[in-house]
Write a protein that binds this ligand. Sequence first.
Ligand code: KG4
Ligand code: ZN
Length: 345
Amino acid sequence: MLVLGIETSCDETGVALYDSERGLLADALHSQIEIHAEYGGVVPELASRDHIRKLVPLTREVLAQAELDLQDLDGVAYTAGPGLVGALMVGAGFGQSLAWSLELPAIAVHHMEAHLLAPLLDQQHAPPLPFVALLVSGGHTQLVEVNGIGDYHLLGESLDDAAGEAFDKAAKMLELDYPGGPNLALCAQSGDPTRFKFPRPMTDRPGLDFSFSGLKTFTLNTINQLKLDGPFNDQDRADVARAFEEAVVATLLIKCRRAIEQTGVSHLLIAGGVSANQRLREVLSEKLPAEVIYAPLDLCTDNGAMIAYAGCLRLCAGEREPLGVKVRARWPLSELRHIASPKPP
Ligand code: KG4
Ligand code: ZN
């Protein structure tokens, strides 16, 4: 089954072609970084307008890459949430219209399920069930017990900011360019890990929930104190970035270890934009009593390939979305329907 996947939940327009027999055939991405950079964050209305401009050219591009045309498609998958409603409506409207005009089935994909499944896209064997997934993106930080595709049990989540959001806000305090997360990680590479020790929030009490807002305040107070003590230089910036990154990574490590102990699983999967963080990958792989799985870098942050793949799995299982443009800013993973096969038939 050949599926066109469409991602427009935030500030990347992603379109891809995934085939259940042949795998990923084409993948195109347009990032809106330049549009939002001058505002220091995503402007929802500008995001929607740019998705409108890019969907048709990117669809043409993936068809050309794979040397196929619209008549070869067997289904259309699009992100229906969670995300920015206006941006989601662009992808949903486009996907539903295309499917209707070609008389094809359409499927509404959950963005976080697509992130969760992305590391499995190019693997021969899925990890044994159940496994634990750490989903760390700009909007979510969740630990999920995965009992099957669509069978998700939430173990813990952030009570305030998501890990990616905290990275972005800390980057802004450090006057680093948007997008903050990757720039902070780059800056942290030249930081001294011994100069500051930042708190590891909510690790001194039981449970698997997270909170990153206190860490954000601690970061701001440290920067303000350094500015009072003298000129804030590049080494100060790198040292604060390093301390912040170490604190987030150490907190995630403690909670992942706890989740593994609690569930007794042998595999932990990390997914979402923050799973692109090299320090996080390194520390979790080295220190957890489980095999750690993650996606190639370009499949960690938002992309069309993961939507095409997740949509293909659900379409192959017979799921269909009725005609209409229905999107959801919030959408708990627990509401998804369980489907049997971890790989497309
Ligand atoms: O999954 P994603 O592309 O979009 C959402 O679904 O939110 O995640 C984006 C988030 C942003 O907050 C970004 O700063 C963060 O992932 N991010 C990183 C890195 N790359 C992306 N954070 C830390 N280190 C990175 N290398
Ligand atoms: Zn995402």
